[in-house]
Structure formats: structure tokens, C-alpha cells
Design a protein around this ligand. Structure first.
Ligand code: HEM
Length: 192
């Protein structure tokens, strides 16, 4: 058995000031994001997996809720000519309804994906949103920019519906911030 004197000396621990906190190991988030802490991006990404797995139903739930709340907007959508809003629900299988519902959800999905892939530089997410905003300006005659806000409640309703008891106050704040981020760049594109 070796004595204490002949045993190799362990390297001294690094000075406390050099120790990295778990936060310091985490990627930086783009200041344009409403999350200063990467942990929030990570949580959002995890919650979004549930939405992705139920993509079609989620899109339909959100879009049906929006149309029920804004029945007058229906007339703006050529693809919804066969849809009766008074009897509409998320189970509607009209092709036009399903197509638009999927395309609306895809905007949010693309944004989450872009943020997930590059939390430190969300330019791709901003570009996607400004393009959608701009498209409304050119294609949706008579639309007022304030109308984009109408999607917040249906968006949160859909998230709450699919997350069930996981949709606590923290999750709600996370998704509300996410929607506000989307809204900011949709409006930027619309108003450009
Ligand atoms: C967060 C909010 C919104 C998002 C992400 C969004 C996204 C989109 C997308 C992806 C499309 C193409 C869908 C398709 O034709 O298959 C679209 C089309 C359209 N959007 Fe929105 N939209 C939003 C809010 C609104 C609001 C509030 C209105 C009405 C006041 C509106 C009116 C329209 C209309 C009329 C079209 C069909 C345009 C056409 O092809 O002629 N959108 N939107």
C-alpha cells in the first residue's frame, strides 16, 4: 500500500472564479427573442413536440376557434366558400378549411423550428414572419394590421387544449411571449 507521501498529487481545483455556472454553458439567445434564458427556449421546444405530434388537429382547433370568434373574416378567404361558420367545429373536413388550418399552424411550426435550430440568431424566423405579414398586405384587401392580434387567443386555446394539465401559468407565459414575438414580425412585414 502506498503511503500518502508517494501518491501522485491531484491537480488543485480551479479557482472558484473560473468555475462555470450551468447558465454559462448554455447557448446565448438572440436578443430579439422574448426569452433571455436558453432554458425557456428549451422548454418551448419540448412543449412544441406535443403540438407537432398532433399537428393536423392542432391547426384545425386553432383555425376553427379563430373563425368562430371572427365570423366576419370568413368572407375574406376564397378557400372557405363551402364552410358554414355557424356549424363549424375543429372536426370539419372541408378541404379548404383543412388546407388553411395546416398552413397557419405551419407558420408557427417553422418559427419554432428556426428558433430551435439557431437560438442565437433568429433571422430565419423573423424573415418567415415578415414574409407572411407582407403577403397579407398584398393579398388580403381591406385587412387592418390590428387583426393579427385576433389569433392570440385561438393560438393559446389550442396549446392549452393539447397540453392539458401541463398548461400551467409558466407554459402560458412562455406561449404568450412566443405569440407576441410572432406578432411583432408579422406586423413589421405588413407595415413595411
Ligand atoms: C397570426 C396570424 C396569421 C397568420 C400566421 C396567417 C397566415 C396565413 C397563411 C400561411 C396564409 C396562406 C394560407 C393558404 O391560403 O393556404 C394566409 C392566408 C390568408 N390570411 Fe392569414 N394569417 C394570420 C392572420 C390573418 C387574419 C387576422 C386575417 C383576416 C383578417 C387573415 C386573412 C387571410 C386571408 C384572407 C388569406 C387568404 C389569402 C389569399 O390567398 O388570397 N389572416 N394567412
Amino acid at each position: 500500500m502506498g503511503s500518502g507521501s508517494s501518491a501522485p498529487k491531484a491537480a488543485p481545483p480551479p479557482p472558484a472564479t473560473e468555475e462555470k455556472s450551468p447558465e454559462a454553458e448554455q447557448p446565448q439567445t438572440d436578443p430579439r427573442l422574448p426569452y433571455s434564458n436558453f432554458r425557456e427556449v428549451f422548454t418551448l421546444k419540448n412543449f412544441w413536440k406535443t403540438i407537432r405530434r398532433n399537428e393536423k388537429d392542432c391547426g384545425k382547433a386553432m383555425f376553427a376557434r379563430y373563425l368562430k370568434q371572427q365570423p366576419d373574416n370568413k368572407a375574406m378567404y376564397a378557400k372557405l366558400k363551402n364552410v358554414d361558420v355557424s356549424t363549424l367545429d375543429a372536426a370539419c373536413s372541408d378541404t379548404g378549411f383543412e388546407t388553411i388550418a395546416a398552413n397557419y399552424l405551419k407558420v408557427f411550426d417553422d418559427v419554432v423550428q428556426a428558433v430551435e435550430e439557431k437560438p442565437g440568431d433568429v433571422q430565419a424566423a423573423c424573415d418567415r414572419l415578415t414574409a407572411v405579414g407582407k403577403m397579407h398586405r398584398t393579398k388580403v384587401s381591406g385587412m387592418d394590421s390590428s387583426a393579427f392580434q385576433q389569433m392570440e387567443e385561438p393560438f393559446l386555446f389550442m396549446v392549452g387544449d393539447v397540453l392539458q394539465d401541463r398548461f400551467n401559468e409558466k407554459a402560458e407565459t412562455l406561449f404568450r411571449k412566443f405569440f407576441q414575438f410572432c406578432l411583432k414580425y408579422l406586423l413589421e412585414g405588413f407595415n413595411k
